[in-house]
Design a protein around this ligand. Structure first.
Ligand code: RNT
Ligand code: ZN
Length: 419
């Protein structure tokens, strides 16, 4: 391996020319939490003892061997992946990852069903986030919270209520705020005649969930919109306008927007939305993913959009106010590698964005020097950023470069393929 320390010293000198304090930026990056989604480990299947696969207009494609089939396997895999991901992490659990002796339906889940997750998180000293699962269930086939069938709607409202109580339980156990993401796939294959009634039902359902749990503490609630799902191509009840309207109309300190990078038309980007949302909101929940032509949930790449999102958060001064969570599911590659690659890229984009003279650039812009602004914005794209990244990974013992890859290959051979 090359001399990582030497590279870091040189990079430090390079960045010092622009007044950038590399160590300070590493520190900011390191303490900014990223919520790692549990569902990459088993293709979003979960542990409910029930038949049936993934529904809700989302899909995992591929049949790579070795997925986790028990909670213990999943947690072991998460730990393995985490050992190669620098910086503060939380783990994001979905309601269908409940644990019970027999089948417990979604309207019956309690904190007890998530005690093992909480015990594990406390032992690891990490925070937990949570998600109601409004899909992969016989009662979600047509609609959930937007349903005009009152029994179905109430069933899902009860699920939402219980999820907020579980969120509070996570908060109380870990001492860290639990961020809950509410996403419902409700939609239609064809364009409906009545596009208002389902929205009013959805609004009513969210209102009922929040009213019934108004005393719950330590929970933030993201409302996630979407443009379309598989089999629901023409209409989505929880569209962007609906969710934004809902969040803004509540003017609440815990109900916030979730922006998933795969949930917009292909030329629309989340990075361009953040400044507008932050004109009205104190917090945002991000689902960092990678859409390819559709909401395909590919593993997060170190690509322009991921970098732009992080640059925007740094420039807006909103890194701290943004709950950053990953959301992707690839069943065609080693699932541990998927986590490591996607989470490292998310963290890497954050560090990349921090290693720019943001304050200086703001001054240049304010002075009206548009040529200087462009020159600065371009210059740092080729800065010796990777030398700092390698140093950061080394310092935090998360493995420099591709050193993690051979270890993940051994884990595949020794553990995953024996399942
Ligand atoms: C689906 C949403 C949602 C899910 C998870 C599994 O399009 O992005 O966040 O991916 O709930
Ligand atoms: Zn999402």
């Amino acid at each position: 391996m090359y001399d990582v320390k030497k590279g870091y010293e040189l990079a430090k000198e390079y960045y010092a020319q622009y007044g950038i304090d590399v160590d300070k930026m590493i520190e900011i990056c390191d303490k900014t939490p990223i919520s790692m989604h549990c569902w990459q480990g088993d293709d979003v299947l979960g542990f409910e003892k029930k038949e049936g696969g993934l529904t809700g207009g989302i899909q995992t494609t591929g049949n790579y061997p070795g997925k986790a089939t028990t909670p213990a396997e999943l947690r072991a895999d998460i730990e393995k992946a985490m050992s190669y991901i620098p910086g503060e992490l939380k783990v994001n659990v979905h309601a269908n990852y409940c644990e019970a002796d027999g089948f417990v339906d979604r309207n019956e889940i309690t904190p007890e069903n998530f005690k093992n997750w909480a015990d594990w998180a406390v032992e690891k000293g990490i925070g937990l986030d949570f998600n109601p699962t409004y899909f992969s269930h016989p009662k979600s086939e047509k609609a959930t919270l937007s349903s005009s069938d009152e029994d179905i709607r109430k069933f899902w409202v009860e699920h939402g209520i219980r999820c907020r109580q579980i969120g509070e339980y996570f908060y109380k156990r870990t001492g860290k705020v639990c961020v809950i993401n509410h996403w419902t796939p409700d939609g239609d294959k064809e364009f409906p005649i009545d596009t208002l009634t389902p929205r009013l039902q959805l609004k009513k359902s969210y209102d009922e969930i929040f009213e019934a749990t108004k005393d719950v503490e330590g929970v933030m609630d993201g409302i996630e919109s979407k443009v379309f799902g598989i089999g629901a191509e023409s209409f989505t009840a929880g569209s962007h306008e609906f969710c934004m309207g809902y969040v803004m109309s509540k003017n609440s300190d815990h109900i916030i927007m979730t922006l998933d990078t795969g949930h917009y038309h292909p030329t629309e980007v989340v990075s361009a939305k953040l400044g507008a949302v932050y004109a009205f909101s104190k917090n945002v929940l991000l689902h960092v993913s990678r859409p390819i032509r559709w909401d395909s949930d590919h593993v997060v790449a170190f690509d322009d959009e991921t970098k732009s999102i992080m640059e925007e958060l740094v420039r807006l001064g909103k890194l701290e106010d943004t709950y950053i969570a990953t959301d992707f599911f690839d069943a065609s590659i080693n699932r541990i590698a998927a986590w490591v690659i996607g989470l490292r890229n998310t963290r890497k984009a954050m560090l990349y964005a921090l290693l720019q003279p943001t304050e200086e650039m703001k001054k240049i812009e304010a002075s009206g020097d548009v040529s200087g602004r462009l020159a600065y914005m371009q210059e740092f794209k080729a800065a010796p950023f990777s030398l700092v990244w390698d140093y950061y990974c080394d310092k935090t013992n998360k493995g420099v470069g591709l050193s993690w890859l051979d270890e993940v290959r051994s884990y595949e051979k020794d553990v995953l393929l024996k399942r």
